[in-house]
Design a binder for this molecule. Structure first.
Ligand SMILES: [Fe+2]
Length: 425
């Protein structure tokens, strides 16, 4: 089998500026779109970002309907509900106002309303059939209100597949939003706990994409259309991931501590998009793979700052909780990259030995977690040792990301990583 020899840079257009949300109406009018569906969640429905969008649409004579039943941490069922709303009328374009859940829901609704199919047809294998998106979708303008997912730049939509209690996703370049409007004014509504979780997601996107299996070590696909969106680390993604880490190191704590700190919030918004471009092309690996069952199997943990009415482990928390153990495990595959990531996050690495790289990076991440007051491991999130087999089983099917681990992880390795993540410090 031949290995991959090329890498590709794909990203949505993004426009960054304070107040840029107000341009959404003009943008759609210029595209010739006269009737659109706006996706948002019930909490945001009455808040300023949505009001600004609707005013802008009105003033440019773009008719709209609002779908405000986006589920935070969406499921296959909530994706289906959104898709039938999208199909129910002659919408010419879509707008997503919210966090990753809202943007991902809009991507899925766009796909299934344009190309109706059995739900699992487009879902990532091995859970779904992984069929490519058949053709272009309708325009989607994504307006993030949290500085985290980077979903405005990527062709990935993540959801909880309820029957298997596992998260999986749909991934294809054609899912990418047409335009992301990145507006500092929209993250004013972000509570501190949301800023912390979202910021740790940014950190994880950047470290995982930078330490992912290099693209040239992936098998070459038989057709170029089958080249995955997540290609492995590569020289272009590295640039974005490292710069995202520099911004996270400088601004994450400030952005969480003081929502009025505009410089910090603006920098974290940029960091989220930078990391989104990095991981949208390189991919993520074990912390994200492990996070899907960690959040999918939640029992009764209720996250401060998330008034959602159901148990929830925020995505950024479910990702970061295994990160220290993962990097201690993966560092032997590429110690210099683990050291470089640690250095970008502010660790002292002068004279460090390659065999200490994983510990140095893990320790630096733990310091950041402690500073943000996030839960100390899986136990605080409600897990016991008896849950470990189910968490391992939920991780094994996440091939799209686990196969990008720079060091292959067996069932036993995953079990050890989870055990080490029960109590972190
Ligand atoms: Fe993420």
């Amino acid at each position: 089998m031949m290995n991959e020899y090329a890498f590709e840079m794909a990203s949505s257009a993004i426009r960054v500026g304070p107040g840029v949300t107000r341009e959404v109406g003009a943008e759609l009018a210029d595209l010739g779109k006269r009737y659109v569906l706006v996706f948002t969640d019930p909490n945001l429905r009455t808040l300023p970002p949505v009001a600004t969008v609707l005013e802008s649409l009105e003033s440019h004579n773009v008719r709209f309907a609002v779908f405000d039943r986006v589920r935070v941490e969406p499921t296959d069922e909530s994706f289906r509900e959104a898709a039938s709303a999208a199909q129910g009328d002659d919408f010419e374009a879509f707008v997503a106002v919210g966090g990753g859940s809202t943007m991902d829901t809009a991507k899925a609704a766009n796909l299934y309303s344009c190309y109706p199919a059995d739900f699992l047809d487009y879902v990532n294998p091995p859970i779904g059939r992984g069929q490519p998106v058949p053709g272009p979708l309708k325009p989607l303008i994504a307006i993030p209100t949290t500085a985290g997912t980077g979903s405005e730049t990527t062709g990935v939509a993540i959801f909880d597949f309820v029957r298997m209690h596992a998260k999986t996703g749909i991934a294809h370049r054609r899912l990418k939003p047409t335009l992301g409007l990145i507006d500092l004014e929209n993250t004013l509504t972000q509570p501190a706990a949301v800023a912390a979780s979202a910021g740790l997601d940014v950190l994880s996107h950047a470290v995982e994409s930078y330490t992912a299996l290099p693209f040239g070590q992936r098998p070459l696909p038989v057709r170029t259309i089958l080249r995955p969106a997540y290609q492995g680390s590569n020289p272009i993604s590295d640039v974005w991931s490292l710069e995202a880490l520099r911004l996270v190191a400088a601004y994450l704590r400030r952005a969480v501590a003081d929502p009025e700190d505009e410089e910090a919030r603006a920098s974290m918004l940029l960091a989220a998009s930078y990391a989104g471009i990095g991981f949208g092309n390189a991919g993520v690996h074990l912390p994200h793979g492990l996070s899907y069952p960690v959040s999918g199997l939640v029992r009764d943990y209720r996250a401060p700052g998330y008034p959602v009415g159901h148990p929830l482990i925020p995505h950024g928390i479910s990702v970061i909780v295994t990160a220290p153990a993962v990097y201690r495990f993966t560092s032997s595959a590429c110690p210099e990259r683990h050291l470089r990531a640690a250095e970008m996050l502010g660790a002292k690495v002068e004279g460090a030995r390659p065999e200490d790289a994983g510990k140095i990076l893990a320790d630096r991440i733990v310091e950041l977690m402690q500073g943000l007051g996030v839960p100390n491991g899986l136990r605080e999130l409600g897990y016991r040792s008896a849950d470990m087999p189910a968490l391992v089983e939920g991780t094994l099917p996440q091939h799209r990301v686990t196969k990008l681990s720079p060091r292959p992880a067996s069932r036993e390795d995953l079990g050890r990583i989870l055990e080490e993540s029960m109590v972190i410090w």
